[in-house]
Design a protein around this ligand. Sequence first.
Ligand SMILES: Cc1cc2nc3c(=O)[nH]c(=O)nc-3n(C[C@H](O)[C@H](O)[C@H](O)COP(=O)(O)OP(=O)(O)OC[C@H]3O[C@@H](n4cnc5c(N)ncnc54)[C@H](O)[C@@H]3O)c2cc1C
Length: 598
Amino acid sequence: MTDYRPPLRDMQFLLNDVFAVPELFASMPDTQEVSADLISAILDEAGKIAAEQLAPVNQNGDREGCRFADGEVTAPAGFKQAYEAFASGGWSGLTGNPEFGGQGMPKLLSAMIEEMQFAANTSFTLYTVLTTGASLTLNSHGSQALKERYLPKLYSGQWSGTMCLTEAHAGTDLGMIKSRAEPTSDGSYSITGSKIFITSGEHDLTENIIHLVLAKLPDAPAGPRGISLFLVPKFLVDDSGEITATRNKVSCGSIEEKMGIHGSATCVMNFDGAEGYLVGAANGGLATMFTMMNYERLSMGVQGNGLAEASYQTARDYALERLQGRAPAGASRPELAADPLIVHPDVRRMLLTMRANIVAGRALSIFAASQLDISRFHPDAAARAKADKLVALLIPVQKAYCSDRGFDACVLAQQVLGGHGYVAEWGLEQNIRDARIAQIYEGANGIQALDLMGRKTVRSKGEYLQLLMADIADWLAAHQDDNKLQAAIEKFSSCRQHLADCTEQVIGKAENNAAEVGAASYPYLELLGLTLYGYMWLRIMAACHEQINSEQGAADYHDGLLKTGEYFMARLLPAASSLREEIAAGADSLMAIRAEQF
Ligand SMILES: Cc1cc2nc3c(=O)[nH]c(=O)nc-3n(C[C@H](O)[C@H](O)[C@H](O)COP(=O)(O)OP(=O)(O)OC[C@H]3O[C@@H](n4cnc5c(N)ncnc54)[C@H](O)[C@@H]3O)c2cc1C
């Protein structure tokens, strides 16, 4: 198994040379101090934590899994020490509000850090990512008193957080939840109900666990508009923010046996009249959760990128060393019994597909995270409003497309190793199992596609997409005289046209037949994902040319990236035309067959 090497060079190149992130941060008062040097220092340190603390306990965590006994959950061996190193390094509060002890760093930076953590140890990272999400929701919607009481210890990592949404009969359709919240005489609420699939619901890494729970008030309207959000601590907390000895009436009933992420505790959580506190407006719980969802969903796409990168590193090293067969044009290493796998075109196809999608996926994550940061930090209201719309458009695509391509990359890496990829020793079958869940949780990818097609595209009559298209058009106009990019721009332009045509077509068809939205949604998300990856590659290729021309960069590194970009344009981007045909086929062939005929 290859030791994970944090892809710091790729990250730095994207942040500094492709997206000019230090300049973006310098333009916003609250991020002005986040200089290129600071970014580099933070990423270096985060890379060390990932490679030296998290990766070494990854495989063991998978084999050992979490243990459940008498309502207590024990994380795998080594997780507690790794967590202590993580928390004492100040990583838990990296993006938190400085007023309560957070470090106020942008999401863009934490997205890169999360990628390294997910790559090194996905199960471990889920304990910390959920805490970040819960803290963010509390900071955005909690009362001052709740924030003062809970945020400092969430940011210090002494406590962790969860999101308790799902119930046995209510997954995607949260309007059907049955958990109840009864007001009590002291202003708190008594929470009763059972939640399933709760990540980090119970564990031994932190002294307290702060649950954010969706429940219904007695007079709540039916459906999604009748849901409220409550903070429910495992141990009650006093006014000064210290943990008390009083255990709240919340307990873990069991943990799930599952395909992957064995080191992450997936819990049934029972609330039996637990003391809870309203977060945000009564009946406004779902809207409140949406603040967190954009951040969490971005992290799930990042999970796909991270596991893809870890898998790619193993496959590349293996392909360079493993000797099998001879190169098509004759032996490349005649002194050896056979050539390394890397000489074979089909092995190159697998490696290049992985690399092309990983680099573009990382770039798309930076692009989407930068919109989250602009929407949070930019002093200009119009810039924030535009970023909000781009966030709404980009996040479902980033979540689904990066997690789908990330999973594909893990499978391709396994294929590069042949039978050795199938056995546990190399860690690739674990990566596949760990990557699979990112396509399902935080809203299954089909639901992301529906959100993109229905709410974000048809309902807005393409307004959000127009913003992106304008951004792309501006970039293309600025590079129209760049001869070295013309071949790539030409290929990209037909993909962009397919997207524009399909958007118009689906918006038109949806007026007469609502099923057209759902029928078009998945291939449409794929088409937009592919177009975005193409746009990311154009920007990367332009930056590579600039670096080579300026003689500042290492020519070989940038040349390798350019060749990967050319591969993407030549062999992956053409999938746009078959997606266009699929979208044009419409709903008829999907809806014609009766349910009994399946
Ligand atoms: C390991 C793990 C960890 C999790 N962690 C958490 C957590 O921490 N907190 C939490 O609250 N939940 C958590 N979940 C729950 C997770 O978010 C849900 O499983 C997920 O949202 C899907 O819900 P479901 O499983 O009920 O599937 P369903 O809602 O039953 O959906 C099944 C399938 O039908 C499709 N579908 C459903 N409705 C529609 C529709 N209207 N139109 C088109 N297609 C549709 C979906 O895309 C999906 O493919 C976790 C789940 C797992 C497995």
